[in-house]
Design a protein around this ligand. Sequence first.
Ligand code: ATP
Length: 309
Amino acid sequence: MGAPTETAVTVRVPAKVNLELRVGPLRDDGFHSLSTVFHAVDLVDDVTVRPASTSSIVTTGPYADAVPAGPDNLAMRAARLIAERVGTDEHVAIEIAKSIPVAGGMAGGSADAAAALVAVDALWDTGFSPRELHELAAELGSDVPFALHGGTAIGSGRGEQLVPVLAKGTFEWVFALHHEGLSTPAVYAECDRLRGREPVAEPEPSSGMMAALRAGDVDALADNLHNDLQPAACSLMPRLRDTIAAGLDEGALGAIVSGSGPTVAFLCGDRSEALNLMVSLTAGNIADEVVGASGPVHGAHVVHDVRRR
Ligand code: ATP
């Protein structure tokens, strides 16, 4: 007999890029109403939870230093929320193997929260229904429900009300990462400042984007990428305009600032075009880091589950 296997559940969770992000008026609760199209890509974090006598959280990987190691960590908040709802005083040790850039507009923190929800739910065998998990996710943050579901989906409200989109095909992306982050609230504030007093309509998904996704038409998708936060992100970090221009010059079909930035997402015709673009952007020192990914992929899902009771 080998050594006893330790109890642990690992959940893999994807980053997101917003293919379309339309920002409506500021609501009374301080949030903007949104209409967005989320798209999950295979740039992932792995979140492992183990039973422990006290709560702890450790992050590994290149972005570990930028991730809070205490109760502010969204994965820890997710574990505490489940403990509170279940009414348990059990604790978990959480380990995040982080590949999703931090404060990059790819919802890495929200992804970890979704992963922790799924992992702790499995570890404690809570029996929450998918709808209940979705509600817990929405309590944790606007982007957390999408990280649970993955795929391609329209988000409305604050982004937490999801409807899956009928989308054909797989798309190849190149992400230009900047190590200097952009704060999401600061980008929304800059968007409001740039808009001034102009009236803002309630946002809705564009028919062009829906048709492109239904057809799996990469050229049409490139033409319909749209982010209302892009002018604000570029205003706060003007070098993003150069990054976008460089990627388009080097053959990307389309470019968009991801969420509130500063990551820039380039859409490519196929995998080999994506590899060529990665080489050119890296050689031209266009960004702090360049990574490739494809989407859509599944949301948070268990990849390792050993439980001993
Ligand atoms: P979004 O696209 O949802 O606006 P983002 O990708 O720009 O998010 P995150 O990587 O989610 O940004 O991080 C935003 C902040 O959240 C970080 O600066 C960090 O202080 C905090 N944070 C809390 N928990 C985590 C976590 N598990 N991983 C990363 N950041 C976290």
